[in-house]
Ligand binder design. Structure first.
Ligand code: BTN
Length: 332
């Protein structure tokens, strides 16, 4: 077996203790020199590795870097993110994932970038994607269920991201239906799901996620979104290692998706999703192309549709993907 820096990193991180040079040599069937070279390369990349004669190597700290090695060493799932494509810079990870899908990539293929030059947002908007502080990634799925169920995948991903951020930053998150992640009333994450059809079947679905992670002030955001945008760090005060966050989201999504595939509706995450739903009980305006209306958000149903009670007492269901919902008094 050749020497794989991902494996060394994973081993050092998961042990948390000294691992002797000899053990690494034996495990990977390589020379002392090869081990030493790999450790030095990790140090050059910003990892703090302590080397003590007769004891071996111990990982003290990892930098907040996105790289193939760092991401792979953080992903511990069976399917989601198992095949990983990392780019320092790319056009759009959604576009990359679609191209890979056309080339036959497997379900769970993950594309991650540190910077995007043509990041896409919902409703044809741009998603500004500079390097250094954010996560931009897209997950490829090849569902065998009917296309009308696909909009629920966006809610499912929103739920997974919300939970992962909470776990890593130790701070409460909310979901603005269907899929913006919000902290203290500010948007920290957006999700763009795109599906590709073949006759009446879905050939694949890509779920693209953009998270503002470590920006330290609103100046980092384009002027037009500044009022409503923030980063996880700005709200929670917690610097987050982006690769670790991606790894946690993959774990949470793998669990959520497995449960979803068993029942093909949102029963599996229903209570947890609603507990995060910040629109609940609030006045909302539904920007339906067939006619706008206002009402009170009452929750979601098992299909992920938002239930809005209008003034005359009727409850209308709003299908995710078709319409936009705004708070009557601002973003939320
Ligand atoms: C939104 O408008 O709220 C959705 C934004 C989605 C942005 C992400 S970043 C990774 C992926 N690649 C893209 O081009 N867009 C999505």
């Amino acid at each position: 077996m050749g020497l794989n820096r991902t494996e060394i990193l994973r081993l050092l991180r998961e042990t948390g203790k000294f691992v002797s040079g000899q053990e690494l040599c034996d495990r990977y069937q390589v020379s002392r020199q090869a081990v030493w070279k790999a450790i030095n390369q990790l140090k050059e990349e910003g990892y703090q590795v302590e080397s003590v004669p007769n004891k071996g190597y111990r990982l003290l700290e990892s930098p907040d870097v996105l790289s193939q090695v760092e991401l792979e060493s953080r992903i511990r799932t069976q399917v989601m993110g198992k095949s990983l494509h990392y780019f320092d810079v790319t056009g759009s990870t959604n576009a990359d994932a679609k191209r890979l899908a056309d080339e036959g990539a497997a379900e769970g293929t993950l594309v991650v970038a540190d910077r995007q030059t043509q990041g896409r947002g919902r409703r044809g908007r741009r998603w500004e994607s500079p390097s250094g502080h954010s996560c931009y990634f897209t997950l490829l799925l090849r569902p065998s269920f009917p296309p009308e169920k696909a909009s629920m995948l966006t809610l499912l991903m929103a739920h997974s991201v919300a939970l992962a951020i909470e776990k890593i930053a130790g701070y409460e998150t909310g979901i603005k239906w269907p899929n913006d992640i919000v902290m203290d009333g500010k948007k920290v994450c957006g999700i763009l799901t795109e599906m590709t059809m073949e006759a009446e079947y879905m050939s694949h679905v890509v779920i693209g996620v953009g998270i503002n992670v470590n920006q330290s002030s609103t100046e980092a955001f384009p002027e037009e979104v500044r009022e409503h945008a923030a980063s996880v760090f700005m709200i929670s005060g917690q610097k987050v290692q982006r690769a670790q966050l991606v790894g946690m989201i993959m774990e949470q999504f793998e669990e959520d998706y497995k449960a979803f595939c068993d029942c093909l509706d949102l029963t599996c995450i229903f209570d947890s999703y609603e507990a995060h739903l910040i629109n609940l009980g609030k006045q909302v305006r539904v920007l339906d192309p067939k006619g706008e209306y206002s009402g009170t958000a009452k929750g979601i149903n098992e299909q992920g549709e938002l239930l809005v009670q209008t003034e005359d007492g009727t409850v209308r269901t709003v299908y995710a993907g078709e319409v936009s919902v705004r708070g009557l008094y601002g973003y939320v």
